[in-house]
Ligand binder design. Structure first.
Ligand SMILES: NC(=O)c1ccc[n+]([C@@H]2O[C@H](COP(=O)([O-])OP(=O)(O)OC[C@H]3O[C@@H](n4cnc5c(N)ncnc54)[C@H](OP(=O)(O)O)[C@@H]3O)[C@@H](O)[C@H]2O)c1
Length: 250
């Protein structure tokens, strides 16, 4: 990353593993004081916090199921009490393919909880704060490009979440707060493609062959961390991988 985040306060949702964990590490390495949100994997979140601290940064783990408003309020309250503000909100946590969740869970997490968190964080977001929404090409291009049946509820709900957040852009802009979206192709070595692969053996190789290559967690997280400070217009979408999606992105 080119810009130092020294003195900035960041919250990364779903920071206990995968892309969120790597994003948290990068923000910590750039000098931000990072809150690593997790839902249930406390030890994993603490490992990320310890790694950031060992690298010379500052971080804490903050538990909250984002679909639970009381837990979200407790989390933002903790950030307020410790730091008084939040400069960067990375909306990375996502789900909907878990076993035994209600049929509306994907929409509750990927749309409603994203907007609720923005609302809960609003009193902490100063002018110049930035919100980064993390999504997949399968979701971002939902309705314009086909997706896998197994991923359809996630894709539709994440697209609905992106649309709901974009609807807030004028209100956010009036407060000086920017919102940018980072969308990625299937990411190498992550859980969602692995779950899809179980249902449809061969899809990862097929997508890799179609796209030429798939982005790594490091590459995707680097773009997310960079979107935290890059001079981007509010509403901008940064794309990682999947050139074939971008040919007709209008
Ligand atoms: N994987 C890909 O191929 C890919 C491609 C493009 C874009 N993306 C996007 O990248 C982001 C991260 O993906 P990933 O593959 O790293 O995800 P992941 O491995 O499934 O991790 C999900 C994270 O979200 C947290 N989480 C899940 N439900 C939550 C809830 N109700 N409240 C709070 N936290 C919750 C999990 O916490 P716990 O572990 O504590 O449960 C975990 O830290 C997502 O927005 C995804 O759409 C992924």
């Amino acid at each position: 990353m080119s810009t130092s985040l020294a003195g900035r306060i960041a919250l990364v949702t779903g920071g206990s593993r995968g892309i969120g964990a790597e994003t948290a590490r990068l923000l910590g390495a750039a000098g931000a004081r990072v809150f690593v949100n997790y839902r249930e994997k406390a030890r994993r979140a603490q490992r990320v916090v310890d790694e950031i601290a060992r690298a010379g940064g500052a971080a804490s783990a903050v538990r909250a199921d984002l679909t639970d408003r009381a837990e979200v309020a407790a989390m933002t309250g903790e950030i307020r009490d410790l730091c008084g503000r939040l400069d960067l909100l990375v909306l990375n946590a996502s789900g909907g393919m878990e076993r035994d969740v209600p049929p509306d869970y994907a929409l509750r997490l990927n749309r409603d909880a994203q907007v609720s968190l923005v609302d809960a964080a609003m009193p902490l977001l100063p002018p110049s704060a930035r919100i980064v929404f993390v999504t997949s090409h399968q979701a971002h291009f939902h309705g314009r490009r086909p997706t896998y049946d197994e991923y359809e509820p996630v894709a539709a709900s994440k697209r609905a979440g992106e649309d709901a957040l974009r609807d807030r852009i004028p209100d956010l802009a009036a407060r000086g707060i920017g919102l940018v979206v980072v969308s990625g192709d299937m990411i190498e070595g992550t859980i969602t493609p692995t779950l899809l692969e179980r249902a449809r053996p061969g899809i990862i190789d097929a997508r890799r062959a179609e796209a030429g290559s798939l982005p790594t967690v490091s590459e995707f997280a680097a773009e997310i961390a960079s979107a935290a400070t890059a001079p981007l217009e509010t509403g901008h979408t940064a794309y990682v991988g999947g050139e074939d999606y971008l040919v007709d992105r209008s």
